[in-house]
Write a protein of this length. Structure first.
Length: 401
């Protein structure tokens, strides 16, 4: 039961219930149990998955009191999410080519947690391999049921679990990875707009690849022609390969992970792109940017796609300093007329705050910059209107005069 007046966010269909809103919990439920949520007068509000340890005490499954949270519920929700994705990004038909310029995409986010009415559940598809991530107590309780439904509806060669996010600790859950169903192929690959990328589902970042940047990588290809490009936090070379295919004169790609760079170089070779135009550098990006500045280097197009600096708003101040630092250095390395594509995947940094941080960096760098594109996640990462926290990825493409 909630404290009086604390039901308003639920009435607006926000799916999180914070511990401070809870007046009491009846009985002795275990973490992951489904409980009815009621206002101070006892009126039903929602069915939600309970967490005994998290600051988010419950996450909503359903707003319908008559609905049962059972295997049939999860099958309906998962089937709905799959249908929505395939309507947005249809799978290629037999006989469609994989050549340069192909629109084929074999990677897709199939389930995007709260935005699909399944809080804490992420499922990504890489060809015939599904990667499942359980980030909260609710889907953890239904783990085997969810895996069985995915096996039935998607018939993958493998379902691999990557339940290793830091957020699991807040839910009192241990990190866990490994094969859930089937056998993990020796080589997992995703095809995106005709480019082939190896995916390390077992050890790579997130679930192995950054599917949310699909459309933004495609935009990069259209902007890179005849430009010297600097790609920072390049991971396995996604933006770099698109820039090269788009006709970039040169691409310098920097990442702190040598393993990621080795995969990036393999991706370059597997796509038949001009290796003479590509340079991979293993380095801390902050230090590398300062070194490039001190060397008097400059570029026509710089891409800044750092990891998450602020998982929650509590980290926003520290994260803001990091974002300002790299954007300031980026602006200083840009030639007149150059482009800066800058991103934040931090849920604790709003779109408005991110723009203010970048504007401050431009001011300190002494440059005038125009926004030419506002960017977000690909459409298979939808944002629920009542859950703005789902809009974690934001980006700007700026032109300096």
């Amino acid at each position: 039961m909630l404290h009086a007046g604390r039901e308003k966010s639920l009435q607006r269909r926000h799916p999180w219930i914070f511990s401070g809103a809870v007046a009491r919990v009846d009985g002795a439920p275990a973490t992951g149990d489904t409980l009815p949520v009621r206002d101070a007068a006892g009126n039903f509000l929602a069915w939600a998955a309970y967490s005994a340890t998290s600051q988010i005490s419950a996450r909503v499954w359903s707003w319908d009191e008559a609905e049962s949270i059972d295997a049939a519920f999860f099958r309906k929700k998962i089937a709905s999410a799959l249908a929505a994705r395939h309507a947005l990004l249809p799978r290629p038909q037999a006989g469609e080519g994989r050549g340069e310029g192909s629109s084929e995409n074999t990677g897709m986010r199939l389930i995007h947690a709260e935005s699909d009415g399944l809080p804490g559940l992420i499922v990504d598809r890489y060809g015939d391999t599904l990667v499942l991530q359980l980030g909260s107590a609710g889907p953890e309780r239904w783990r085997d049921t969810i895996a069985d439904i995915l096996q039935e509806l998607c018939n993958p060669a493998c379902i691999y679990e990557r339940s290793d996010s830091d957020g699991r600790g807040l839910e009192g859950l241990e990190k866990r990875t490994g094969v859930l169903r089937g056998t993990l192929p020796e080589h997992v690959e995703v095809v995106e707009h005709g480019l082939r990328f190896a995916v390390d589902v077992a050890e790579g970042q997130k679930t192995g690849f950054f599917l949310d940047q699909r459309d933004n990588r495609a935009l990069t290809e259209t902007l890179a022609k005849d430009r010297d490009v600097l790609n920072c936090f390049c991971y396995t070379g996604g933006f770099s390969l698109y820039a090269l295919r788009g006709g970039a004169k040169s691409v310098l790609s920097i990442d702190v992970s040598g393993d990621a760079l080795r995969i990036a170089d393999e991706n370059l070779k597997n796509n038949g792109l001009d290796a003479a135009k590509a340079e991979w550098q293993e380095a801390d990006v902050f230090l590398a940017l300062r070194k490039l500045r001190d060397q008097g280097r400059s570029f026509d197009f710089i891409i800044l796609d750092p990891p998450k600096f602020a998982p929650t708003a509590a980290f926003a101040e520290k994260a803001a300093r990091g974002y300002k630092d790299i954007n300031l250095l980026g602006f200083k390395l840009l030639r007149p007329g150059g482009l800066l594509a800058t991103y934040s995947c931090s849920g604790g940094i709003s779109e408005d705050l991110f723009q203010k941080i970048v504007a401050g960096a431009a001011l300190d760098a002494g440059v005038d910059a125009q926004i030419v594109h506002r960017l977000h996640a690909s459409p298979d990462h939808p944002t629920l209107l009542s859950f703005p926290e789902g809009a974690y990825l934001k980006g700007l493409v700026l032109r300096v005069s």
